[in-house]
Write a protein that binds this ligand. Sequence first.
Ligand SMILES: Nc1ncnc2c1ncn2[C@@H]1O[C@H](COP(=O)(O)OP(=O)(O)OP(=O)(O)O)[C@@H](O)[C@H]1O
Length: 229
Amino acid sequence: MACPTPAAVRLRAVSAVYGPTTALRDVDADVPAGRVTALVGPNGSGKSTLLGVIAGIHPVASGAVHRAHAFRPALVVQRSAVPDTLPVTVRNTVAMGRWAHLGLRKRLATADRAIVDECMERLGITDLASRPLGSLSGGQRQRALLAQGLAQRSDVLLLDEPAASLDAEAQAMITKLLGEVCASGVTVIHATHDTGAALHADHRVRIEHGRVAVDDAPVSGLPVPASGP
Ligand SMILES: Nc1ncnc2c1ncn2[C@@H]1O[C@H](COP(=O)(O)OP(=O)(O)OP(=O)(O)O)[C@@H](O)[C@H]1O
């Protein structure tokens, strides 16, 4: 059944590869604007690759990605993708989320620092601000990466297993947070193995062997206003 929500991202016949390995094959999907979409599927099915394609950091081998928003999506990578030895504090990690907004000025303005503070507060990591990222627990590090994603203030927030390695209370906090972010008009797409988090989403896309196996809430055929970077 078609729902009346316009698409924030529209994928048409998208394929993506790593050398000889095909990770995505002919993916068609519409991501509803201002909603939470969960990408589900087994290990190796192509969820992270799809997030990378939508983020614009993984090239498409064929097909097209149309984005309705002018800004590059914010991508929160899996914690395991960040080296333990990265010599950076929690505050600086979150501040990196503002880098794309700095332009020619090389320093954070007062408004940028306020956003960084607010995002750390929201993720409950203010007390950890001066700690090196590599000294944190997995769950604490995941929160810092999430805060960095929020600090980007993008219209589209992509998250790769944001609740992985978090305890039950923190997982519930993330689900609530994603709902709040979405309510503020942001389109959220998250890859997850958590059935509960997937059920909380407005829209679920199941990927199997690089293909869309189930798309449970297609959006309407409204045109996408502009292509992204
Ligand atoms: N850097 C890489 N080099 C080569 N092949 C890769 C690379 N990253 C992923 N792949 C392959 O691409 C396919 C899709 O992987 P992807 O990481 O997108 O799956 P996923 O659904 O996110 O998995 P998981 O749930 O384990 O995170 C898999 O076959 C994987 O082996």
